[in-house]
Design a protein around this ligand. Structure first.
Ligand code: FMN
Length: 209
């Protein structure tokens, strides 16, 4: 399929006045994305293993703070094993309505077990059951087999509190690097990179598009 005739022309708001504090800038963009985007909290998460095999998938950000972006997953999944092995990851939000991407890279840490518990128990009961029965990223004989397991467990755990699976929880990707990308006409896009320095402050540089 030839896609060369598809031309997206970008003409977004200028970002020359983004705050010098990158977290305030992230907050500003996230607040705007929550108003304009269809899936504002979804981001592509790239991880790698110790042999430098790379993989990427979409997850949902559940918290954005000065510490970084937090998402939830199963620690024994493909991504879960990789982030625990290499302790780093990269992510990108793509916000097409505002013609923006927000890229970030950094160290990954597991959040406190009590915080994972609190989030797990805030989810709908059947989502909790699903997290319990899904051995995320493992091969399963058929979809029916997974469904059967789900039905059995939902029946068994009806009206009961579901315990958070030990390996399921939240992980935070810190902001070692954050890039604000704003689409502009004629492919002269704006790219503003914040890089964390040893003293905790950030260097701010424009990159060529
Ligand atoms: C919009 C969207 C949101 C998703 N959110 C999550 C999430 O927050 N956590 C998660 O583990 N998987 C999420 N998934 C599923 C992942 O993309 C992926 O299929 C799954 O985590 C298994 O990935 P892995 O085998 O690389 O570990 C989401 C998928 C989509 C399309």
């Amino acid at each position: 399929m030839d896609l060369t005739s598809i031309h997206n022309d970008y003409d977004g708001e200028s970002i020359e006045n983004l705050p010098s504090d990158p977290f305030l800038a992230v907050e500003k963009w996230m607040e705007q994305a929550l108003k304009t985007e269809q899936e504002p909290t979804a981001f592509s998460l790239a991880t790698h293993d110790l042999k430098n095999n790379i993989s990427v998938r979409v997850v949902l950000a559940k918290e954005v703070t000065i510490k970084g972006v937090t998402f939830f997953t199963h620690g024994l999944s493909h991504k879960g094993r990789e982030i625990q092995e290499t302790k780093n990851a990269a992510g990108v939000f793509f916000w097409p309505a505002s013609k923006r991407q927000l890229r970030f890279e950094g160290a990954v840490t597991a959040i406190a077990a009590s915080d994972s518990d609190a989030y797990f128990h805030s989810r709908p009961h059947l989502s909790q059951v699903a997290a319990l029965v899904s051995r995320q990223s493992s091969v399963v004989a058929s979809y029916q087999e997974l469904n059967r397991r789900f039905e059995d467990e939902s029946h068994r755990l009806k009206d009961q509190v579901v315990s958070r699976p030990q390996d399921w929880g939240g992980f935070t990707i810190s902001f070692d690097k954050i890039e604000f990308w704003q689409g502009k006409p004629n492919r002269l896009h704006q790219r503003l990179l914040y890089t964390k320095l040893e003293d905790g402050s950030y260097r701010r540089e424009w990159l060529e598009p």
